[in-house]
Design a protein around this ligand. Structure first.
Ligand code: SAH
Length: 343
C-alpha cells in the first residue's frame, strides 16, 4: 500500500491512467483530501465505485500523532509529533499580526552540525517523506480551525535541500490549485548553503522564496559556524544565489544570527554589504539564542551599532524578535527525538 499524501497530482494522474481511469479523477481526489479534508475513499461520491475500490486497495492515509502541544507566553506554539517509526519531530506555529507562519521540519535530526544549533546535536536519523511534511501542516491547520496558516517556512529541524525530493514534492502538493493551493510566494525554503541543490531548485522554477543561513561574510568564521561552508564556500554560494535571484526575480532573504563579539563588527557590516552587492535581498538579524557557553548573546548596543553600520552602506535589515524561547521553540532550539511515544 502507498501513502497517498506522497503523491503529487501529476504522479497520481499517471497511476490512474495506467489503471485506465480518467486522469481528472486525480483532481477529484485532491479536492476531497486537501480541500474537504476527507480521508476515506468511500465518501468520495463523485468517483466511480470501481475506481474507489482500486484506490482502497492501493493507497492509505497516513497521519501524525500529536504527542505534546506547548504554548509560549508570546503565543508561539510548539507541536511534538510522533512518526510511525517512533521518531519524533517538532513543528512551530508563529502567530503575528496579519500572518500566521508555520515552521516545518524536513528531517529527523540534521547532518550539518551548525555549531550554535541544537537540531543536529543528536545526529541525523532520516529524511521525512512528503506526506510527513504535508501532515504537519494539515494537522496544525486542523487544530487551529478558523485561523488560517498564511505562511510556510521550511525552517524547522533538518536541511530541506538535503531532502530535496520530498521537500520539492511537498511544495508541489502545497501549491496545487486543485488541493491546498498555498501561494508559492508564501512558502520559504531555508538552507545552510547547499550550492548544487540551490541550482537544482532554480531549474524547477517552483516560485518559492529562498532564504540563506549566512551568519558571516567571512569564509573562515562561516566555516567555523556552518561547517558545510568548507565544501561550498561563500563566493560559490553567492554566485548560485545571484543566479537564483536572476531567474526567480524575488528578493532572497539572508538569516544572520548575531553572535556577541564574533560577527557584529564594523568590518563584518562592510564585508556583508560588499558580498551581497548586486543582489535584491532582505537581511533578518536574529540575536543568538544561547545554546552553550561558547558563544555570547550580543548586547543591545552591539545589535544597534551593527544595524546602523549596515544602514550606512544602504543595507536595510530587520531585527527578528525571538519567539517561543520559553518553550524552546525559537531558532536553533528544535530537536528531534528518538523513541518517542505516539499519542
Ligand atoms: N537547515 C536549514 C533550515 C533550518 S532554519 C538552514 O540552516 O537554513 C533555522 C534557522 O535558525 C537557520 O537560519 C539557523 O542558522 C538559525 N539558528 C540555528 N541556531 C540558532 C541560534 N542558536 N540562534 C539563532 N539562530 C539560530
Amino acid at each position: 500500500m502507498e501513502d497517498i499524501k506522497n503523491y503529487t497530482i501529476q504522479k497520481l494522474q499517471s497511476v490512474l491512467e495506467e489503471n485506465e481511469f480518467a486522469p481528472f479523477c486525480a483532481q477529484q481526489i485532491f479536492g476531497w483530501v486537501y480541500k474537504r479534508r476527507i480521508e476515506n475513499f468511500d465518501s468520495m461520491t463523485d468517483i466511480s465505485q470501481k475506481a474507489r475500490s482500486v484506490l482502497k486497495g492501493a493507497f492509505y492515509f497516513s497521519n501524525l500523532k500529536l504527542a505534546k502541544r506547548e504554548v509560549s507566553c508570546d503565543g508561539t506554539e510548539k507541536f511534538l509529533f510522533g512518526l510511525n517509526d517512533r521518531n519524533c519531530i517538532e513543528t512551530v506555529l508563529i502567530p503575528q499580526q496579519a500572518r500566521t507562519t508555520l515552521c516545518l521540519s524536513t528531517q529527523v535530526g540534521c547532518k550539518f552540525g551548525c555549531v550554535f544549533c541544537l537540531s543536529g546535536k543528536a545526529g541525523f536519523r532520516r529524511n521525512l517523506t512528503a506526506s510527513e511534511i504535508i501532515n504537519q501542516y494539515l494537522h496544525v491547520q486542523g487544530l487551529i480551525g478558523a485561523c488560517k496558516i498564511t505562511n510556510i517556512v521550511f525552517m524547522g529541524i533538518g536541511e530541506p535541500l538535503d531532502n530535496f525530493f520530498h521537500t520539492v514534492n511537498a511544495v508541489k502538493i502545497f501549491t496545487e490549485p486543485k488541493g491546498i493551493h498555498f501561494g508559492r510566494r508564501r512558502i520559504c525554503i531555508s538552507t545552510c548553503g547547499l550550492t548544487p541543490q540551490i541550482e537544482k531548485l532554480e531549474k524547477l522554477n517552483l516560485g518559492v522564496k529562498l532564504s540563506i543561513s549566512l551568519h558571516s561574510p567571512d569564509n573562515r568564521i562561516r566555516s567555523e559556524l556552518v561547517p558545510i561552508n568548507k565544501k561550498y564556500p561563500l563566493q560559490e554560494l553567492i554566485r548560485a544565489v545571484k543566479h537564483f535571484h536572476k531567474t526567480q526575480r524575488y528578493p532572497v532573504t539572508f538569516e544572520y544570527a548575531l553572535i556577541g563579539g564574533l560577527n557584529t563588527k564594523k568590518e563584518d557590516a562592510l564585508a556583508l554589504a560588499k558580498l551581497l552587492k548586486g543582489l535584491k535581498y532582505k537581511i533578518n538579524l536574529i540575536p543568538l539564542n544561547r545554546m552553550n557557553s561558547r558563544f555570547q548573546v550580543p548586547s543591545g548596543v552591539e545589535i544597534r551599532d551593527f544595524q546602523r553600520e549596515l544602514e550606512k552602506r544602504g543595507v536595510f535589515s530587520t531585527l527578528r524578535k525571538s519567539r517561543g524561547q520559553d518553550i524552546n521553540a525559537a531558532c536553533g532550539q528544535l530537536r528531534a527525538y528518538a523513541g518517542c511515544k505516539r499519542g
